[in-house]
Design a protein around this ligand. Structure first.
Ligand code: ATP
Length: 253
């Protein structure tokens, strides 16, 4: 038995675990009610993908690992759903690639910001030496209204590569317009965020984050030339088209 009293062999295990974590996140003041809706939308796409990591999403995760390892100032953005679903996994990834984590909320309140920072600390951020940013709020993303534009100047504000899982389309576009290289994790290949990304990973965040970490560990000794080659050979258009085909064909084998 696991955290949800359902055996891992249950055919809907992952979806039940996800719902449980999101619900617990709302109860703890980490996830917004809007986050429940976002989760439902994601679940539908995951069902159509066969709740698996398709080959092109695995290639995208490898390209993401290479980009993060090459970055001068990589930052991983965490919102309420990400904090509820993969807090420890985000810390592991940050530690593996030497990134900072920044809490970044669509519906920003001081209370929720603090609850998420505390939650990430409980999941080992300090022990792993991963800085948690987002509370300074002294930077802005141009082109967005006040609340949604807020970032840390020395976090996302000055990052060269940002991982933005489950990001809102407007903000993903605004970050890209600032010249950031974006890695997006989103189950919907048609979402604006996925379409904007240099590296779109069309996969459930539960599978994608540990997968990027595994690739990053495998690539830790690779030369910059090798990492640059992996990034160059990745084709975002093809990754989106392949995922859309998998969803539309409904072939779950
Ligand atoms: P966009 O503006 O990018 O077109 P949106 O802002 O309308 O999209 P929302 O409903 O706000 O989309 O965000 C939820 C997004 O997150 C959806 O695209 C959904 O597929 C995705 N999503 C939800 N849960 C997960 C998950 N566990 N893993 C990956 N993606 C997810």
């Amino acid at each position: 038995m696991s955290e949800i009293d359902v055996p891992e062999s249950h055919p809907r295990y992952q979806s039940l675990l996800t719902r449980h974590r999101i619900e617990a996140g709302v109860e703890r003041g980490i996830t917004s009610k809007q986050g429940l809706i976002a989760e439902g939308r994601g679940e539908a796409f995951d069902y159509l993908l066969g709740e698996r990591t398709i080959a092109s999403a695995d290639e995208a995760a490898r390209a993401a690992a290479a980009l993060l390892l090459l970055a001068e100032r990589p930052v991983l953005s965490v919102n309420g759903n990400v904090a509820a679903l993969v807090p420890g996994e985000m810390i592991d990834l940050a530690a593996a690639v030497g990134a900072d984590v920044e809490v970044n909320l669509f519906n920003r309140t001081d209370e929720r910001m603090r609850a998420i920072v505390d939650h990430l600390r409980e999941h080992g951020a300090d022990d792993a030496g991963v800085p948690i940013k987002g509370l300074a709020a002294d930077g802005r993303i141009p082109g967005l209204d006040h609340e949604r534009a807020t970032v840390d100047a020395d976090g996302i504000g000055s990052a060269d590569v940002v991982l933005v899982p489950l990001e809102d389309g407007d903000r993903a576009e605004a970050l890209s317009a600032m010249g950031k290289t974006e890695i997006v994790i989103d189950l919907n290949p048609l979402s604006r965020s996925a379409q904007t990304a240099a590296v779109p990973i069309i996969d459930n965040i539960l599978r994608a984050v540990p997968n990027i970490t595994e690739h990053a560990r495998e690539l830790s000794a690779a030369s910059d030339e090798e990492l640059e080659r992996i990034v160059r050979e990745f084709d975002p258009e093809r990754a989106l088209a392949t995922a859309e085909d998998a969803i539309r064909s409904g072939d779950l084998d």
